[in-house]
Write a protein that binds this ligand. Structure first.
Ligand code: FAD
Length: 269
């Protein structure tokens, strides 16, 4: 089986040219699947490729597998309440799959050939380059890992109580080399920037470890984090819904538990 795995980093404004290069290569090598990260550039590229190749698209997969040569994608739907599978049969053309960035590693298929963005950008004719004149993206200068692709995420919720006290979330994140996330209420209360919001209307993450501090675990928050491999929750309310999906739970005050955790982590170094 031949699978193209596309790296889209830095392809902003170059997706038309990149689609041209990939389509040409697909014509020559006939891959059965083209796997693309589910980022803004990735989604744009997937649409362009689908139109060029006449391919079906399986969008926003969280896992991939093969069933008798057929590509099967797993999706987290209805705010994360259900996991569904979908497959596409497309004789003679590759199936295009966009995969959540943080699930890309686990979603690899046998026979994958990585096509680096640099190769696409340099070999593209550039006939249809788009000039980006403004971007609303916020560049983080925190030095922390990017939230979407981080392997460890520490998130704070309303239970943290204030912008000043949100520093405890950042301190734990820094002790673990993690990205910082937040619930919508924490964002709406001004504890953390909008770019940190995890959930249905925020960023979807699938890290190896997700630590939820003072977050109740509303369905809209879970939609963005419940595919994390290990979930740890610290909450004063033993009935908080976050404990239903947590692998490890601490019923307690985060201001008592987290400093001990940070101390223990620092003691390990
Ligand atoms: P709360 O629900 O108020 O929970 C705070 C928790 O902190 C409680 O469980 C409490 O027991 C605990 N706590 C309090 N003090 C402490 C302490 N000292 N130590 C430990 N624990 C403590 N939400 C999102 O997060 N992301 C989204 O993308 C999102 N999208 C939405 C979209 C729509 C259309 C709607 C309607 C809602 C959306 N929401 C989203 C909001 C969501 O429904 C919840 O309101 C929100 O997630 C709750 O945030 P929270 O858990 O921080 O606050």
């Amino acid at each position: 089986m031949t699978v193209f795995v596309i790296d889209v980093a830095g392809l902003t404004g170059r997706t038309a040219a990149a689609a041209e290069v990939i389509a040409e290569r697909a014509g020559a090598e006939s891959p059965e699947a083209i796997v693309i990260p589910h980022t803004i550039e990735g989604r744009e590229l997937a649409g362009r490729l689908a139109a060029r190749l006449g391919s079906p698209v399986l969008a926003d997969a969280i896992a991939l597998s093969l069933d008798g040569g057929e590509v099967v994608a797993e999706h987290s739907v209805f705010g994360g309440a259900f996991t569904t599978t979908a497959s596409a049969i497309a004789p003679g053309v590759p199936v295009i799959v966009t995969v959540r960035e943080s699930a890309l590693e686990t979603a690899s298929l046998p026979g994958g050939t990585l096509i680096p963005a640099a190769e696409l950008a340099s070999s593209a004719s550039g006939a249809a380059d788009v000039e980006v004149v403004s971007t609303q993206g916020v560049v983080s200068d925190s030095g922390r890992p990017d939230l979407k692709s981080a392997t460890v995420v520490v998130s704070g919720g309303k239970g943290v109580g204030s912008r000043e006290d949100f520093a405890i979330v950042e301190r734990l994140a820094d002790a673990l080399g993690a990205a910082v996330g937040a619930s919508r209420v924490a964002v709406d209360s001004g504890y953390a920037p909008q770019s940190a919001q995890v959930g249905q209307t925020g960023v979807a993450v699938s890290p190896d470890l997700y630590i939820a501090l003072g977050i109740s675990g509303a369905i809209q928050h879970r939609a963005g984090m419940q595919t994390a491999k290990t979930i740890v929750a610290i909450n004063t309310d033993p009935d908080a819904p976050i404990f239903e999906i947590a692998d490890f739970g601490v019923v307690g005050d985060l201001f008592e538990v987290v400093p001990q955790l940070i101390e223990a982590l620092q003691g390990q170094r």
